[in-house]
Design a protein around this ligand. Sequence first.
Ligand code: SF4
Length: 426
Amino acid sequence: MLESYLENTILEGVTCPGCSLLCNDLVVKISNGEVEVVKGACSHGYQAIKTYSMDSRLRGFTIGLKSVDPEEAIRKSAEILSSSSKPLIYGFDECSNKAIELGLKIAEKINGVFDTPPSICQPSIPLIASEGIEIGILEDVLDNADMIVFWAANPAETNLRHASRYSVMPRGSSVPLGRENRIVAVVDVRNSWTMKIAQHQIKIDLGGDIELIESLDRIYDGKPLKTSKYMGAVLPLINDVKRARYIAFFIGHGLILNGNVNDTLLSIVNILRKIGASRKITLTPIAERINSMGASKIPYKLYKYSHALKFSNRSVEYNPISTSAYGGLLREEFDAALLVKTDPTTHLPLSASRKIPFNKTIVLDYRETIASSRSLVRIPLSILGVEANGEVIRSDGVSTELRKIIDGGENTIHEEEFLRKLLEYL
Ligand code: SF4
């Protein structure tokens, strides 16, 4: 609903661009073209919306030190990419779905590698699809789930309203007392903030997931448990699992840090399938960035791989060791790069990120980063969900429209427009 009076505008039901939860109940007051009040957002959401006014916005289209107009920047970008023999197309986890599709088409057209920053969605999407496990739609979790498990996930620090808006606190039709009707279990390698709201607080060793899952499996089957350091935690947890009608199981980024994510995920899926034979059970990743889910789901839908796609003459190859951005960078394979809303220097090891060919790199971003400061071509973007519209995919796979709330982004370009034009030039 839009209510306008004089120069003030109050926007209701605004979708927050702050994280992959995409809360759609914000109220934003605009005064004189500026965001004056944001109601309903957590601190991350508030910061995401106010980002438009920060000093560190990427400003101006530049090639080297020279300011250029958008057309010249697009032409130069096309020239760099089309003359490259091994280009890297990387990022996209904060982009719209359309931009992700365009990035894939660009990679296909120039025989490049398309990859996205590490995310729990990358191994989860193919496994959930192949094993036929259901993803938990958040509104359904809110209404019906009476047991919530967070495994290697810490939404209290990453998706701040997860527990209060959807998974733990709210009252739902099958859980009329809200928190009092729900059992919460948290498994993590440290005492996380999320653990503080859980009845079952299970701290495991780094890489101890499979031992815990095996122990749970034996107890669930009524078999004796061999010596296990998790003995004390497993029995009461399985007792509650057996009483639950609907278990919503959430997995987080922590799982990809132990280096054994595929085996761990498969073990989780196997025990969930067993438990799910007599009750409803869902498995949902907590996507790290606003569209980490889209950045995995769209490549999977179009090419059957969720990341690390290497295109060659209209065919696609997938082998994370040889076709990932990380592997290719380590081997110094890339002679040009297109980085879209990402700074690999913050999440890839230095041994890889220092091999980015910055003198042939194009950066699209709305903020200054280490990568943007070192790249040849710099393209300033409007901010999705603040200055620009675009569709993204929520953590639970639901497509969601982000709408601009202010005009602005002067001398910026919409990511989809830039990528569409770039594709035309290639
Ligand atoms: S939890 Fe995420 S989507 Fe919701 S208000 Fe906070 S940042 Fe925005």
